[in-house]
Ligand binder design. Structure first.
Ligand SMILES: [Ca+2]
Ligand SMILES: [Ca+2]
Length: 161
């Protein structure tokens, strides 16, 4: 049976860990990555950002600077609790999924072997850093089988499989 005081410190520890995870971003997380779509050409590669805050996130001057390269157009915004998809071929992705508002194209590829993705702000500071992998304990189904990689838990460590 845990004593009350130990309980308290456990809660404090959980709180601190969550804060640490939330700190690097602007309330942004990578919520989904399609790094190895099925089929030739990999035209349906995409990365999805999610704004977990209750305020609009202005992406002006933000850019993917590692893994892929893409500079967000001035005035690009992500609404509260909303998603934004950046694709290698926005038109192809919109067609395939019947969605709209997809940004891109980005240059480079999302590595099929896993790599680190970094999002920087206008000052060059890294606001989001995330690494995925195609080997266990990461799920294997996103690696060419037509599935995407999805963030399992908000507030969880995105570097963790
Ligand atoms: Ca790829
Ligand atoms: Ca890459």
């Amino acid at each position: 049976m845990m004593k009350r005081k130990q309980h308290f410190w456990l809660l404090v520890a959980i709180f601190v860990v969550n804060l640490w995870v939330a700190r690097p971003g602007m309330g942004l997380v990578v919520s989904e990555v399609m790094y190895h779509p099925a089929g030739a050409g990999e035209t349906l590669e995409f990365i999805e950002l999610y704004n977990d805050r209750a305020v609009i996130e202005d992406m002006t001057n933000c850019a993917f600077t590692n893994g892929i390269e893409y500079i967000f157009e001035p005035g690009t915004k992500i609404g509260p609790k909303s998603y934004l998809v950046v694709a290698r071929d926005p038109a192809a992705l919109q067609e395939a999924y019947g969605i709209s508002g997809v940004r891109g194209p980005y240059t480079g590829r999302l590595s099929n072997d896993g790599e680190r993705i970094e999002l920087s702000n206008g000052g060059g500071g890294i606001v989001l850093s995330f690494r995925y992998d195609d080997e266990r304990p990461w799920p294997l189904s996103p690696d060419g089988a037509g599935h995407s990689l999805i963030l399992a838990r908000l507030g969880g460590d995105p570097d963790e499989a």
